[in-house]
Design a protein around this ligand. Structure first.
Ligand code: ZN
Ligand code: ZN
Length: 397
């Protein structure tokens, strides 16, 4: 039977699982590695993964036994507590990736508010700082920080313990494990009102489990799924780039200045300042939903098929706007329209071939120079034409 720990600090408001476990170890005068394995009795190598994404139920039981904290409260500190609200099937949507390599975090998967850390009686890391749509502190109205400003390393509270031979105190984890810079002293920038509004509105959606979108109240899961599609459209370098430019125009601002690394940039992989900008644009769209979305979508000539992407089902609150309002590019003419066109073309003595019909109906068709015989070119000449011997050429009539 495992004994209760002598010192058992409770998880603080919205505290992240990894933050609480490190605090628990240090409060009991233990280094993190032996504490995790010998005292908590955890068998999985939790620090070699992303411990905040969720810990198996039997491991949570072990922690509950030595801390006297209920399994429900412990479960609530992990990101799996968002499963019913924001996560998709593979549990990655909206969660910032840490890109772990063994126990090191290679990506900026944890953000901080320097002002929160400076004003905490006991500094600690919040669960919401792992969410991609939270780009600012709603209390202090500043943009969050996602890297050490001095050495550019990701913020990773447990790494300081592994890097140090001596036991650290609870204030040492507000120092960068790599260069020792104090996170509490980092200069911050004021957040936009739009990003603050959206962060408040979505954080409330996490708690209330429903979100108001235009005139509809939708379940948070459906709300977050659709908002993720909008964020993907706003940060993509593909055809929806035009959509983002139209939104910037509508906001009366210059278009988004960043060139993303890939054509299909994941929202969660962007730096906090880029996500802050996109969340501000999202706020503009939602402030007059669906009017502004439809205005920008029409200007950008987006179709339903394009917005849906390859595999995603749009939630109904977004789908209904796209189906009814943006689907002009996929209209299929009916049989009466085809027959009327046939009569018209015959009367004028024009071709009634299927390819020509499709061309007149505004559907996809093969243009003239591609259907023509290369030996009898019309319009553009095929590339090999110039190389042919003149006696083999048949000049067009
Ligand atoms: Zn703050
Ligand atoms: Zn640093």
């Amino acid at each position: 039977m495992r004994q209760l720990l002598l010192i058992r600090p409770k998880p603080l408001a919205d505290e992240l699982f990894s933050s609480w476990i490190v605090r628990l170890a240090w409060a009991n005068g233990q280094k993190l590695h032996p504490f995790t394995h010998k005292i908590l009795g955890l068998t999985s190598r939790i620090w070699n993964k992303d411990p905040d994404r969720g810990v198996p139920a039997d491991q949570i039981e072990l922690i509950a036994t030595v801390t006297g904290i209920s399994t429900e409260v412990i479960q609530e500190t992990t990101l799996s507590s968002y499963a019913k609200v924001v996560l998709d099937g593979n549990g990655r949507q909206w969660i910032l990736p840490i890109g772990h390599r063994a126990r090191y975090w290679m990506r900026p998967g944890l953000q901080i508010c320097p002002v929160c850390l400076a004003s905490d009686a006991v500094p600690y890391f919040r669960k919401r700082w792992r969410l991609a749509f939270v780009t600012c502190c709603v209390e202090h109205r500043v943009v969050l920080i996602d890297r050490c400003k001095q050495c550019n390393q990701p913020i990773s509270p447990h790494t300081g313990d592994y890097k140090s031979k001596i036991l650290r105190d609870e204030f040492s984890w507000v120092l960068c494990y790599h260069c020792g810079a104090d996170f509490r002293q980092i200069n911050t920038f004021p957040a936009t009102n739009g990003a603050i509004n959206t962060a408040k509105y979505l954080i409330n959606g996490l708690v209330d489990q429903w979100i108001q979108i235009g005139e509809r109240s939708v379940h948070s899961r459906l709300g977050f799924d659709g908002l993720h599609v909008l964020c993907r459209m706003l940060c993509s370098n593909t055809r929806s780039r035009r959509f983002a430019i139209c939104v910037s125009d509508g906001m009366g601002e210059l278009s988004f200045p960043s060139e993303f690394m890939t054509r299909k940039q994941s929202f969660e992989e962007l730096e906090v300042t880029e996500r802050h900008r996109i969340i501000t644009m999202l706020n503009w769209l939602l402030a007059e939903w669906p009017t502004r979305f439809l205005w920008a979508g029409r200007r950008a000539r987006l179709s339903k098929a394009y917005i849906r992407g390859a595999d995603s089902d749009l939630p109904y609150w977004l789908s209904i706007e796209v189906e009814w309002e943006l689907d002009g590019g996929y209209y299929v003419p009916n049989e009466d329209e085809r027959q009327a066109l046939l009569v018209y073309l015959e009367r004028l003595g024009l071709s009634t071939a299927e390819n020509n019909l499709r061309r007149w109906l505004g559907q996809s068709y093969v243009s003239g120079h591609k259907t023509s015989d290369p030996l009898a070119p019309r319009g553009k000449k095929w590339p090999g034409y110039a190389k042919m011997k003149s006696r083999d050429r048949i000049e067009p009539l």
